[in-house]
Design a protein around this ligand. Structure first.
Ligand code: HEC
Ligand code: HEC
Ligand code: HEC
Ligand code: HEC
Length: 197
C-alpha cells in the first residue's frame, strides 16, 4: 500500500507545518518582533500603533512585557513611558481634567516624564500623532502658562497683553474658555474682575 503510506506521510508533514501556526492563533500579529532588529516590526508602533494593537487584541502583551506589564522578558515596562499605569498615558486620576491637574504633577516631578521622545517630544515641542507641544497652550514655555515676565505681577502685566497677544491666546477652551467666561479648575473668567469682558 505505498499510496496510503505516501498520503499518510503527507498528512503528517502538512500537520507539522500547519499546527504550530494554528497554535499561535490568539497571538497578536502586530506584536511580532522583527527577527533582525528584535523590535516591533510595525513602523507605526510608536506612538499610536501599539494602542491599536491593544484595542484590537486585548492586553495580549503579557507574554513578553510580563503578567503585571512591568517589563517581563522584554524589559520594557509600559510605565517606562506611561505615567503610573499601563492602560492610560496619564495618571488615572486625571481623567478628563488633564488640562488642569498636570500642573501640580509637573511642579512636584519636573518635566522628565513628559519629555519622552514618543510622548511630548524630548524638547517638549510635541510629537505628530501623539502629545501636543506644551507651548500649544502655554504662552511662557513648558513651565509657565503665562509669559514668564507676567508671573511677577500678573494683574499689572496682563493689562498690556493686547499689544503682544491676540485675545485668542487667552480664549482657548482649557485656559479662560473660548468665551472668556472661565474654565472649571483652570483660568477664571475675565468677567470676575472686568465688567466689560
Ligand atoms: C513577542 C514578545 C512581545 C510581545 C507579544 C509584545 N512585545 Fe512589546 N516589546 C518587546 C520587546 C523585546 C521590546 C523591546 C524592543 C523594542 O523596542 O521593540 C518591546 C518594546 C515595546 C515598546 C517600546 C518600543 C520602543 O521603540 O521604545 C512598546 C510601546 C511595546 N513594546 C508595546 C507592546 C504592546 C502594547 C504589546 C501588546 C499589544 C506588546 N508590546 C507585545 C516584545 C514584545
Ligand atoms: C516608548 C513609550 C511607550 C511604551 C513603552 C508604552 N507606551 Fe502606550 N502609549 C505611548 C504613547 C506616546 C501613547 C499615546 C499615543 C497616542 O496619543 O495615540 C500611548 C498610548 C497607549 C494607549 C492608549 C490610552 C491612552 O491613554 O492614550 C494604550 C491602551 C497603551 N498605550 C498601552 C500600552 C501598553 C499595554 C504598553 C506596555 C505593553 C505600552 N502602552 C507601552 C507610549 C508608550
Ligand atoms: C491643552 C493645553 C495645555 C497643554 C498642551 C499643556 N498645558 Fe500646562 N497648563 C495648561 C493650563 C490651562 C494651565 C493652568 C491651569 C493650572 O495651573 O492648573 C497650565 C499650567 C501648567 C503649569 C503651572 C505653571 C503655570 O504657569 O500655571 C505647569 C508647570 C505646566 N502647565 C506644565 C506643562 C507641561 C510640562 C506641558 C507639556 C508636557 C504642558 N503643561 C502642556 C494647559 C496646557
Ligand atoms: C483677578 C482679576 C482679573 C482678572 C481675572 C482679569 N483681569 Fe484684566 N485687569 C485686572 C486689573 C486689576 C487690571 C488693571 C491693571 C493695571 O492697570 O495695572 C486689568 C487690566 C486689564 C486690561 C487693560 C485695560 C483695562 O481694562 O484696564 C485688559 C485688556 C485686561 N485686563 C484683559 C483681561 C482679560 C482678557 C482677562 C481674562 C483672560 C482678564 N483681564 C482677567 C484684573 C483682572
Amino acid at each position: 500500500m505505498p499510496q496510503i503510506t505516501t498520503r499518510y506521510v503527507m498528512v503528517v508533514l502538512v500537520s507539522l507545518l500547519v499546527l504550530p501556526l494554528c497554535g499561535c492563533g490568539d497571538r497578536n500579529p502586530q506584536a511580532d518582533l522583527n527577527p533582525t532588529t528584535g523590535k516591533h516590526s510595525d513602523p507605526a508602533w510608536l506612538p499610536a500603533g501599539h494602542t491599536a494593537a491593544v484595542q484590537d487584541h486585548g492586553y495580549n502583551c503579557t507574554e513578553c512585557h510580563g503578567a503585571d506589564l512591568q517589563g517581563g522578558i522584554s524589559r520594557v515596562a509600559c510605565t517606562s513611558c506611561h505615567l503610573e499605569n499601563a492602560r492610560q498615558v496619564h495618571p488615572a486620576g486625571w481623567g478628563q481634567f488633564a488640562y488642569a491637574l498636570h500642573s501640580q504633577f509637573v511642579r512636584q516631578n519636573g518635566t522628565a516624564s513628559c519629555a519622552v521622545a514618543s510622548c511630548h517630544g524630548s524638547d517638549l515641542n510635541g510629537v505628530s500623532g501623539s502629545g501636543p507641544s506644551c507651548s500649544s497652550c502655554h504662552l511662557g514655555g513648558p513651565l509657565s502658562a503665562h509669559p514668564q515676565t507676567w508671573n511677577a505681577d500678573i494683574l499689572s502685566f496682563h493689562a498690556g497683553y493686547g499689544s503682544s497677544y491676540p485675545t485668542s491666546a487667552c480664549a482657548t477652551a482649557v485656559c479662560h474658555g473660548s468665551d472668556l467666561k472661565g474654565v472649571f479648575l483652570s483660568g477664571p473668567g475675565c468677567n470676575v474682575c472686568h465688567t466689560n469682558l
